[in-house]
Design a protein around this ligand. Sequence first.
Ligand code: CFM
Length: 538
Amino acid sequence: MEMNEAKLQEILDQYPAKVQKNRKKHIFIKRSDVESQQIEANTRTIPGIITNRGCAYAGCKGVVLGPIKDMVHIVHGPIGCGYYAWNTRRNKAKSDDPKQNFINYCISTDMQESDIVFGGEKKLAKVIDEVMEIFNPKAITLSATCPVGLIGDDMGAVAKAAEAKYEGVQVLSFSCEGYKGVSQSAGHHIANNILMEKVIGTGDQEKAPAKFPINLLGEYNIGGDGWEVERILKEIGYHIVSVMTGDGSYEAIKNAHTAELNLVQCHRSINYIAEMLETKYGTPWLKVNFIGIQGTIESLRNMALYFDDKELTLKTEAVIASELARIEPIFEQYKKICEGKTAFCFVGGSRGHHFQNLFSELGIETLLAGYEFAHRDDYEGREVIPTIKTDADSKNIPHYTAEPDEKRFRLKVSPEKLEELKAKIPLGQYNGMRFDMKDGSIIVDDLNHFETEEFIKALKPDIFTSGIKDKYVIQKMGINSKQLHSYDYSGPYAGFNGAVKFAEDISMGFASPTWNFITPPWKNQPLLEGTVTEEGVA
Ligand code: CFM
């Protein structure tokens, strides 16, 4: 069955009128014969609808701060919120100095009723003392959960007192209470602002120690993705100043100002820092996508165009050629299993788009895609940003504006060269998901469980890549289901090796005999429904 406006309406008709009016704005069928297709995004989920979103605290602590390995991250709140501090996201990290790698620890103030009634500041200060005694880190983050904001604990004051007590230790406080936004997206922004204001640029280095220095932004090393990207970049000859934030290091991030180019993988979670780095230090950012073989190749070639160095360009091509020669024969084998299949790809804020590359390389067509918490620009392209209205929810994010750094601001390329490059490569730019999808495919924002079931019944995809909350429901419907948040214990899926690993994993899913033991609901339900009336069958 194909989706069209009438069939979409049939699904929506099952909602109460008010809900239908709301959800209609979050769904559209791709058409290339119209110039723009606006979607509503980054707005509140209707209460009672089973959504897959997380909270602002999850976005701040869980996503952006958590992967920084040489800081201790303290969660101020009840122990339940510690779930997002518990490494379920699989952002891996290794360190040359094992005493400064705290990635495996989950630290919570474990607020109890008495702390809620009498205040939790003392308990937080005590936890900082314990952390200093046990781990002796150079820096600490404090992340607020909902009750902290509700009772009015002054975390900033506790952080300041701790900095006075432990000289040279930076203690950063993040007001990222879950309710500060409609999803984890607000938490990304809160974390970005404070990292930019208080960490980036505090290192003493004036110049990177090697040629072609870059920062890799929005790469969280899920299942080792960042390591695979680093492997390729290092082989070509790039110097990676810092990664934000997968396997990231506080010490390295302090010197991020020394890079000559910022790469942006997940723009949703980190485009704020990318923009501010350009304003403050004059360093442009390049949108990359290391998911998929062609995406990786294109990103590498764009980087070479930016640096415009003969040797680097030759090395880029040599690495691409040798990697392709190695992986293509294996990839082709998996392609035979995957070709002709169909997919739904619904993930947080950028993977719903990024992974479509890999699907199409394997001959799989994406019928439906979307994001949990993206903004309109992720669907429609970065140029729509000025037209996005700020609502009350976005005003919860403390404002921060970066200014050019008097000493360190330096244009990395001349304005003329920048314009010339912008015509060739995505500098300071990304396209929305809409542009890469076929006509007739469905784009859904904040897909919920009801719609998930309805779209599956209507389109019966062969594979559904999604998150933890939806994965098992889908699997029980008999659909090969792959989790793209933590990669179901597998990975990496980025770069050349990652593309092969992904192809292998989903092929295994297709070939599994498990599906013979599951009867999808529609096989037991009549496809046509009718009623007997006096006039006969209607
Ligand atoms: Fe960026 Fe991410 Fe994503 Fe994200 Fe996330 Fe994630 Fe994600 Mo899960 S930072 S927006 S908040 S790519 S944890 S590593 S997989 S929802 S699509």
